[in-house]
Design a protein. Sequence first.
Length: 214
Amino acid sequence: MRTPWIVGVSGASGTPYAKAVLGALLDAGESVDLVISKAARLTLLDETGASVRDAHWKDDVGAWLGRDLGSADLTYWPANDLAAGPSSGSYPAKGMAVVPASTASCAGIAIGLSKDLLQRAAEVNLKERRRTVVVPRETPVTRSHLEHLIALHDAGAVVLPASPGFYGAGAEATAQQLIDFVAGKVLDALEVPHSLSARWRGELNAQRSPLGGP
Ligand SMILES: Cc1cc2nc3c(=O)[nH]c(=O)nc-3n(C[C@H](O)[C@H](O)[C@H](O)COP(=O)(O)O)c2cc1C
C-alpha cells in the first residue's frame, strides 16, 4: 500500500526549505503527496519566479525542484480540493511536514480551522497521531503566534522553526548550507535518512578540519 509523506507548502517566506525537503524525501525513495497553498504560489513566484498551475503541476513543480519527476513517486493535490485523499484519516500517510509554515497556517492548524487542504491534512495527521512537523517562519512574533505554536506542540507536532545553526558549516556558510541545515532537521524529525548537512562530531572547529563540513 502506498503510504506517502504529505508535504504542505504554505505562504511564508522560505520556499527553498520546501524544495530541499521535497528533494531529500524523493532522493530517499519516499512517496510524497504535495499541497501548495494559494498564498504559497505568491511566495514561490516572488522567491523563485516559478508559477505552479494545477493542470500543469508536473512540469511546473519539476521546473521548481530542478528535477525530472518522471520516476518520482509524487502526487499533487490542489489546495482547494477538500475531497482529496489527505483530507481523510483513512487515507494512508506516514505523516506530514508543513514547510515553511505561515503564522496563518499555524493558527489554522492549531484551532482546527481546515480552511484549505493543507490545514485539513495537518489536522488529520494530528488527530491520527501521525508524525507532524511544522516549520514556522516569522520574526518577531506575536503572543498569539506563540500560543498557536504551544497548541501545536501540545497536539503532538514537532515545532521546528526555520532557524539554521552555523556549527555545521561555520561563519562562511552559504545560503544553501543554511537551507540544508533546516531541511536536514526536518528529515531527522521524520526519521528519514539524508546527507543534507554535517552532524556535530563532538569537536569544536571541526568544519575547518579535512573531514569536516557538509
Ligand atoms: C512575499 C510574501 C512573503 C510572506 N512571508 C511571510 C512569512 O515569512 N511568514 C508569514 O507567516 N507570512 C508571510 N506572508 C503572508 C502569508 O502569505 C499570508 O498570511 C497568507 O494568508 C498565508 O496563507 P496560507 O497559510 O494559507 O499559506 C508573506 C506573503 C507574501 C506575499
